[in-house]
Design a protein around this ligand. Structure first.
Ligand code: UD1
Length: 417
C-alpha cells in the first residue's frame, strides 16, 4: 500500500494550476444518464473517485473516452440501472446515479451507501424527495429499489436538512419529470450551480441553482453538450493553507476566489496576505500564523471539507483556536493523528480546542478520510523531521497528483510503496 514520506520544514514557493472540482465532476458525469447523446466534460480531474464512477457508469452501458482532462460520456442506452455494493461502498457519491436513472429509465437499483468514517450520512432526503415525485421506493437486501413506472412528476420538495448531493440528485431527476419541481431549503454550493449550467445547456430548465430555492421545469428530452468543470475550491483551499502553514508564497491559477470567501477570510485572519484577481489567487505568509476559530456549516459558510486543514494550521499557530464541526458528526479523526505529531488538541463533542505549539515533530500517522489525509500532509510539511502517512488511497480519491504538485513548490515529499 502506498505511503507518503514528507520531510518537513520547507516553505512552499511558486505557482500551480488548480484542477477541476471533484465534487462538480461527479454529479456532472452522472448527468450523462439523462440523455442518449454525448456529454463532453472538460477539466475533469484525474482522481480515483472519477475512475470509480466511470466503472460504475460503464456497468450501466455508458461508453466513455478520455483524452487528457476531457471526458466524453454517452448513455445511448442504459443497459442495467444497477449500482452494485462493491462500487458504491467505496464512494458515497455513487448515490448520484439514482435520480438520473429513475428519470430516464423509470427504475433503479442502487446499493445503500451504508456507514462512513465521517458520520452516519443517511440518504433519507434523497428518497423522500423522489417519493414525493411519485417514485415507489423499497429497501431490499441493502439496495434501494426505486420505480416510477409512469414517470416522475413535479412536486414541491422541502428539504429537512441541507444536503449537497441530495439537492443535485433531485434536481437531475426533476429535469425529465412532468411539470415543475421546486426544491426548498436547497444546498447552495457552487457545484450545484455548475451542474445546473450544464443541465440547462442540455436543454433543461433549472432556475435558482446556487440559492436556497431551486425550480425545475421538466422537459421531454435532454441533448448532449460540452461543459467545462469548475475549479476545485477545496483543492485550492488546501494548497493555500499548506502555503500559509509553511510561511510560503503561492500563486494559484485557474482558481475561483468567489467560491472560497469564507476560507480566504480565515486565511487573512491568520495573518496571510491574500490577493485575488479573476482566475487567480496569491498568498504570502511572512510570520508564524495566528490561530483562528471557525464553525463549519453549509455554503456560503465555512466548508466542512476545509476543517481538517485549518486544524493543522491552528496546530502550529500562535494562540488557541476553537473549531466547531456542525455538518458531520465524528469528523475529528485527524486530531488524534495530529496529536502523534505533538499537536495539542482537546475534543469535546463537536468542538476541538487547538493550542498552537511552536513546531510539530514528524512521526508515522494514518490517513482516515480524504480531507483528514490532506491535513496530515500539511502538518507534515510544516513540521520538523520525517512524517510517514499511511493509507493515502484516501488522498488519491480527491487530489490529483498532490505529491507532484507540492514537490514543484519545493516540498520534500515522495510516494513510497
Ligand atoms: C457533499 C460533498 C462532501 C461534503 C459535503 C458537505 C460531494 C460529492 N460531496 O457530500 O465533500 O463534505 O457535501 O459539504 O459533493 N444528510 C441527511 N440526510 C440525507 C442527506 C444528508 O441527514 O438524505 C445529512 C448528512 O448526514 C450530513 C449533512 O446532511 O450531516 C450534509 O450532508 P450532504 O450535504 O448530503 O453531504 P454529501 O452530499 O454526501
Amino acid at each position: 500500500m502506498d505511503k507518503l514520506l514528507i520531510r518537513g520544514g520547507a516553505s512552499l514557493k511558486g505557482e500551480l494550476q488548480v484542477s477541476g472540482a471533484k465534487n462538480a465532476a461527479l454529479p456532472l458525469m452522472c448527468a450523462c444518464l439523462l440523455t442518449p447523446q454525448t456529454l463532453r466534460l472538460a477539466n475533469v480531474p484525474e482522481l480515483r473517485d472519477v475512475a470509480t464512477l466511470l466503472a460504475l457508469l460503464g456497468r450501466m452501458g455508458v461508453t466513455s473516452s478520455r483524452r487528457g482532462h476531457t471526458l466524453d460520456l454517452c448513455a445511448a442506452t442504459v443497459t442495467e440501472p444497477l449500482a452494485p455494493y462493491e462500487l458504491v461502498r467505496t464512494m458515497r457519491a455513487s448515490i448520484l446515479v439514482l435520480g438520473p436513472l429513475l428519470a430516464r429509465r423509470g427504475e433503479a437499483r442502487v446499493s445503500l451507501p451504508g456507514g462512513c468514517a465521517i458520520g452516519s450520512r443517511p440518504v433519507d432526503q434523497h428518497l423522500k424527495g423522489l417519493q414525493a415525485m411519485g417514485a415507489e421506493i423499497a429497501v431490499e437486501e441493502g439496495y434501494i429499489v426505486a420505480r416510477a413506472a409512469r414517470g416522475l412528476r413535479g412536486a414541491r420538495l422541502v428539504m429537512d436538512v441541507v444536503t449537497v448531493t441530495g439537492t443535485e440528485n433531485l434536481m437531475m431527476a426533476a429535469c425529465l419529470a412532468r411539470g415543475t419541481t421546486v426544491i426548498e431549503n436547497a444546498a447552495r454550493e457552487p457545484e450545484i450551480a455548475d451542474l445546473a449550467r450544464c443541465l440547462n445547456a442540455m436543454g433543461a430548465r433549472v432556475g435558482g441553482a446556487g440559492t436556497a430555492v431551486v425550480s425545475v421545469e421538466g422537459v421531454e428530452v435532454l441533448s448532449g453538450t460540452a461543459h467545462q468543470v469548475m475549479p476545485d475550491r477545496i483543492e485550492t483551499g488546501t494548497f493555500l493553507v499548506a502555503a500559509a502553514a509553511t510561511r510560503g508564497t503561492l500563486r494559484l491559477t485557474g482558481a475561483d476566489a468567489g467560491s472560497l470567501e469564507a476560507v480566504i477570510d480565515k486565511l487573512r485572519e491568520s495573518g496571510a496576505e491574500v490577493a485575488t484577481a479573476p482566475g487567480e489567487i496569491r498568498l504570502a505568509m511572512n510570520a508564524r500564523p495566528r490561530s483562528v476559530s471557525l464553525r463549519t456549516a453549509p455554503y456560503p459558510a465555512f466548508p466542512t471539507d476545509m476543517q481538517a486543514q485549518f486544524m493543522a494550521l491552528d496546530a502550529i499557530a500562535e494562540g488557541t483556536g476553537v473549531i466547531t464541526e456542525t455538518v458531520f458528526e465524528n469528523r475529528f479523526m485527524h486530531a488524534l493523528e495530529m496529536r502523534r505529531l505533538g499537536a495539542q488538541i482537546e475534543i469535546s463533542g463537536n468542538t476541538a480546542v487547538v493550542r498552537g505549539v511552536p513546531a510539530l515533530q514528524g512521526a508515522a500517522v494514518m490517513a482516515t478520510d480524504l480531507r483528514a489525509s490532506a491535513s496530515l500532509v500539511i502538518a507534515g510539511l510544516a513540521g520538523r523531521g520525517e512524517t510517514l502517512i499511511d493509507r493515502i488511497y484516501h488522498l488519491d480519491r480527491g487530489y490529483e497528483r498532490i505529491e507532484e504538485k507540492l514537490s514543484r513548490l519545493g516540498a520534500d515529499i515522495r510516494r513510497v510503496t
